[in-house]
Write a protein that binds this ligand. Structure first.
Ligand SMILES: Nc1ncnc2c1ncn2[C@@H]1O[C@H](COP(=O)(O)OP(=O)(O)OP(=O)(O)O)[C@@H](O)[C@H]1O
Length: 281
């Protein structure tokens, strides 16, 4: 459960060799979340301590029910911890953090709005004028490969295209914090691979803090600066693993010895915790 911090408070999110140093962005201190009071309460998260650097890309991987989505909901303040403290860019209030966007597994595009109007939707939500944001929205649609689909409606797009539009929408107001809850979980393997490469490119361009939740060991290692490996319920941090592969990692990263080494290490953790079984059941 190492979470190295330097003396000036900056989080060291990489090895000395990688030279990555971040200021703290999101901090969880002794965070526990328990659901239900009568009968048998469910401890979804137990004593989680974690610092995510400002501008860092962190992935959380773990078995179903280990509290990954709970962690994301607590950081977004859609839900409050039972005990412990969560700080988001120095803010410890219980209001949704300013500058936060969320992307869920299933797109939440509005069927009656064009793709461009969907991408502009956050401006309506915060009462900003849309006109000055149109060029930005088009740029974002171009960067996710949807420039030609700005005038189409969601039902005219494939699942992957809809999820690209959701990501473009999440970036419209330049979030400082992007929470992604299994954003590629519903996509086919090829689309997923491409989305991963494209997300890395977007992150390298915008450098927002990303918390990316996934069931995929490969995806976590390929994308993140650090991978948080969760144990089965009650969800605890089992290991924090630094990934030092050079960026952009792109498709070639799958052949990097570090990719093989880290995915193997995480698989071993899950085997030892009974999350995975070497033999068929
Ligand atoms: N609102 C709720 N009320 C009661 N129990 C809940 C609630 N939300 C989550 N839980 C329980 O908390 C535990 C963690 O759930 P959570 O959704 O965070 O897991 P997860 O790791 O995201 O799972 P998955 O990978 O399947 O999405 C589970 O046992 C779940 O049943």
């Amino acid at each position: 459960m190492s979470d190295a911090s330097t003396r000036d408070g900056a989080t060291s999110a990489g090895s000395a060799a990688s030279g990555r140093t971040y200021r703290p962005g999101v901090t969880l201190e002794g965070v526990t979340k328990t659901f239900g009071t009568a009968g048998a309460p469910v401890v979804a998260l137990e004593r989680v301590d974690l610092t995510i650097g400002d501008g860092e890309f962190v992935a959380v991987v773990g078995p179903s029910g280990c509290g990954k989505s709970t962690m994301l909901r607590l950081i977004s303040r859609l839900s409050l911890p039972t005990t412990g403290k969560i700080t988001v860019f120095d803010d410890t209030s219980t209001k949704p953090p300013i500058g936060m966007s969320i992307v869920f597994q299933n797109h939440v595009l509005l069927a009656w709005r064009t793709i461009l109007e969907n991408v502009l939707f956050p401006a309506d939500m915060v009462g900003e004028s849309k006109a000055p944001l149109r060029a930005k929205a088009m740029d974002l649609l171009t960067s996710v490969g949807l420039a030609d689909f700005a005038g189409r409606y969601p039902h005219e797009l494939s699942g992957g295209m809809k999820q690209r539009a959701s990501i473009a929408r999440a970036l419209l107001l330049q979030p400082r914090l992007l929470l992604m809850d299994e954003p590629f979980g519903a996509l086919d393997a090829l689309t997923r691979e491409q989305m991963r490469v494209d997300l890395e490119a977007l992150w390298l361009k915008h450098r927002m803090t990303i918390l990316f939740i996934t069931h995929s060991i490969d995806e976590a290692v390929l994308l993140a600066d650090r991978v948080i490996v969760m144990s089965p319920r009650p969800g605890r941090i089992e290991r924090i693993m630094e990934i030092n592969m050079a960026r952009p990692r792109g498709l070639a990263a799958r052949r990097d010895p570090e990719f093989l080494e880290k995915t193997e290490e995480i698989t071993e953790i899950f085997l030892s915790r009974g999350v995975l079984h070497g033999e068929a059941h």
